[in-house]
Each structure stands twice: as structure tokens, then as C-alpha cells.
Write a protein that binds this ligand. Structure first.
Ligand SMILES: *Cc1c(COP(=O)(O)O)cnc(C)c1O
Length: 382
């Protein structure tokens, strides 16, 4: 297996599982598109790791090794999307189970869990995302809790949850702690080290980083019974990405550290600029000292506060939409973690019951020259 504890994570991902093809000497891996694998005259597989495309693929395995190292776990699995990875965690629960979810989280997870848990007879309680201690209160809603979910900083309100406290509370009740680590990426937060049992990713975002692959991943602290169930879910339901997507992800991850570091530095500059602007009501970025979660974030995030933040312009939804309409460089689109800066008016895309303020804009900062981004924001705010 691929473990070299003396090598730094940035080196590990740059070398992408250290591939050298023994036949050709090629230093980048091929894409194996085969869905099936031959057996010899004794009906034995020629390579035991490869049986059928729904089980595994050499391109998945390489990306999974890199993810395992990045999150410092025991194993990782790639999925067809972040949501497919997240759904697999819930599919391992039995009916009658109890889960504790944050009251501010990525909309797709919030709405899918609400529908799925209702149909599967899984009880859901919510805690205050900005206060990990409130997980204990939410647990009192049931005799036992099976799963606790954390997403920090949360989407798009940027609440910070203390992962170590969440782990302590979850484990005292024998519950599994899952952390959605999409927003910070493993460059800035490593939840398994802070006590999480599973880490999930939308690899569509910062891990791939180029807005051209849909993929998900789960990394586990232990290859235990729970992990076997998740692996069986992926295999059984066929929730795997295509080999080309896995290959693109592996290629995207090679530049993860320089992308994530640059985007985070840009985000910090933009957040500081916006915080000082008269036409901005509030900036929600844990990298700002004014943010209520700053001290927890500074403890559990290492080297930066990530590329995502939200801010409220002075005025109503019309003011927010007029502002984004004046932007020239920054693209109006959903998603995050790509090399190009995107802005989104979440209130327009979430259903009516959303609690996202109507003047809130979510900025997913890319790796452009920060002066160009500042100029664009400055002229649009006039
Ligand atoms: C995008 C995202 C997801 C869903 O991932 P997909 O790859 O779009 O399925 C889940 N959680 C967070 C925090 C995300 O940003």
C-alpha cells in the first residue's frame, strides 16, 4: 500500500500515487476503460483486483490511494458524485435509526436527507451548526443516536462547528461522526485527526478543481464493519464514476495544494476588502476576526480558511441581483472550488422555505490575480 509517512501531503498528491508504467515507462497512468477482465485457463483472474467495472477500476484505486493519504485514513472509495457518497452513508442505517444533522448545511444534503429519512423511517434531529455542544441536546430526542453529521464551515452561512467537540459527544453515545469536508478540503482541515469516523467529499469541487468532473469520495478512519457496508452499497448500487472522470480527478488533485492555497489567500483578501466597504452589510468568512467562529476555525483549520465565503450587500434581493448583474469577470454560477471565481444568489435558487437572507451572495473564489477580482467587485459595488 501507498504509505510514506515521512513525505508531506503536497508531495504525495503532486506525485499522484507514484505511477510509473512498467511496460512503457510512462509517468502518467493510462485510462483503463474495460468493464470486464479476463481469466486464465484455470478460470483464475489475471489480476485479482479487477473483476468487473462496477466493483473497481485501476483509475479509481489510484485516486483512492491519494485520498486516503490526504485525509490520513485507512481506506477511501470514489463515488459517482458527492451526493452518491453521502447517500451511501445513510443507506447503511436501519429503519428506526436516529440521525443528528446541522441546521445550516449544503442544500442538496438537507433536502435529500429530509425526504429519504422520512421514507426510510429514520428520525432526524437538528442542532445549531455554530454550537457543537448543541449536538448533545439534539441527541436527547432519541434513546440512541446512530449518526452525527458535521459540515464546517457550513454552506452558505459559514457557521463553524468544533469537530473535536462533535466527536467527543458522538462517541460518548456510540454514534458515528461523519464530516462533509468539501468546503475546506483536506488542505485546510483533516477531520479524521480531529476525531471523525468518516469524511465525505464532493470531489466535484476543490479536489478536482476545474469544474469538469462530477465525483464523490468517502475516507474512513477504520476499515471496520461500517466500512464494509458502505463498500457493499457502492458495489451493489453501482454508484461509481466513469474511468475517465476518475482519471481527470487524479490529474486535478496533482495541483490541489497550490490551487487551494492561492484561492484561500484570494478569499482572505476579498473578504477583508468587502468587510471595509460601505455598501456591504456583513461578511461571513471564518478568516475574519469579526467572525463568531474565528477562534474555533483558527484551531481546526491549518494554513488558511478556504476559498468560500458569503456576504450581504446593503439592501434587498433586488440590490443583490443588481450588484451581480454589474460583475464582468466573476461568473454567475453555482458550485465552488474551481479555478475560476463564481458568485451565487442562493435565495434565488433555494425553495421558498429557505432561511438564507435575500441580500446574501456566496462567493466561490478562484485562483485569478486578486487585483482583477478586487477591481470587478469594486466597480460593481459603486
Ligand atoms: C456540492 C456539494 C455536495 C454535493 O456534491 P455533488 O458532487 O454535487 O453531488 C455535498 N456537500 C457539499 C458541501 C457540497 O458543496
Amino acid at each position: 500500500m501507498y504509505t510514506r509517512k515521512n513525505i508531506k501531503p503536497a508531495t504525495l498528491v503532486a506525485k499522484a500515487d507514484d505511477y510509473i508504467d512498467t511496460n512503457t515507462g510512462a509517468i502518467t497512468p493510462p485510462i483503463i476503460t474495460s468493464t470486464t477482465y479476463a481469466r486464465d485457463d484455470r478460470y483464475q483472474l489475471i489480476n485479482e483486483s479487477n473483476v468487473y467495472g462496477r466493483d473497481d477500476n485501476p483509475s479509481f484505486v489510484q485516486a483512492e490511494h491519494v485520498l486516503t493519504e490526504l485525509e490520513q485514513g485507512e481506506a477511501a472509495l470514489l463515488f459517482a458524485s458527492g451526493m452518491a457518497a453521502i447517500a451511501s452513508c445513510f443507506y447503511t442505517l436501519n429503519s428506526g435509526a436516529h440521525v443528528v444533522l446541522p441546521d445550516s448545511m449544503y442544500w442538496g444534503v438537507f433536502s435529500w436527507t429530509r425526504t429519504y429519512c422520512d421514507r426510510a423511517d429514520i428520525r432526524v434531529s437538528y442542532y445549531n451548526t455554530a454550537d457543537a455542544e448543541s449536538i448533545a441536546t439534539a441527541m436527547k430526542g432519541a434513546a440512541r443516536t446512530d449518526l452525527v453529521w458535521v459540515e464546517t464551515p457550513s454552506n452558505p452561512m459559514m457557521h463553524v462547528t468544533d469537530i473535536a467537540i462533535a466527536a467527543e459527544i458522538a462517541h460518548a453515545a456510540d454514534a458515528t461522526l461523519v464530516v462533509d469536508n468539501t468546503t475546506p478540503s483536506p488542505v485546510f482541515t483533516q477531520p479524521l485527526k480531529l476525531g471523525a469516523d468518516l469524511v465525505v467529499h464532493s470531489a466535484t469541487k476543490t479536489l478536482n478543481g476545474h469544474s469538469d468532473v462530477l465525483a464523490g469520495a468517502i475516507v474512513t478512519k477504520k476499515t471496520d464493519e461500517r466500512w464494509e457496508k458502505i463498500a457493499a452499497e457502492r458495489h451493489g448500487a453501482g454508484a461509481v464514476p466513469g474511468p475517465f472522470d476518475a482519471w481527470l480527478l487524479l490529474r486535478g488533485m496533482r495541483t490541489l495544494f497550490i490551487r487551494a492555497e492561492r484561492a484561500s489567500q484570494n478569499a482572505q483578501r476579498l473578504a477583508e476588502f468587502l468587510e471595509g466597504h460601505d455598501n456591504v452589510e456583513q461578511v461571513l468568512y471564518p478568516g475574519l476576526e469579526s467572525h463568531p467562529g474565528h477562534s474555533v476555525a483558527a484551531r481546526q483549520m491549518v494554513g488558511g480558511f478556504g476559498s468560500l465565503f458569503s456576504f450581504m450587500v446593503v439592501g434587498d434581493a433586488q440590490a443583490a441581483l443588481a450588484f451581480v448583474g454589474r460583475l464582468n469577470l466573476i461568473v454567475l454560477a453555482t458550485s465552488l472550488g474551481g479555478v475560476e471565481t463564481l458568485i451565487e444568489h442562493r435565495h434565488s435558487v433555494e425553495p421558498v422555505e429557505t432561511r438564507v437572507p435575500e441580500n446574501l451572495l456566496r462567493l466561490a473564489v478562484g485562483i485569478e490575480d486578486v487585483e482583477d477580482l478586487l477591481d470587478d467587485l469594486r466597480q460593481a459595488l459603486k
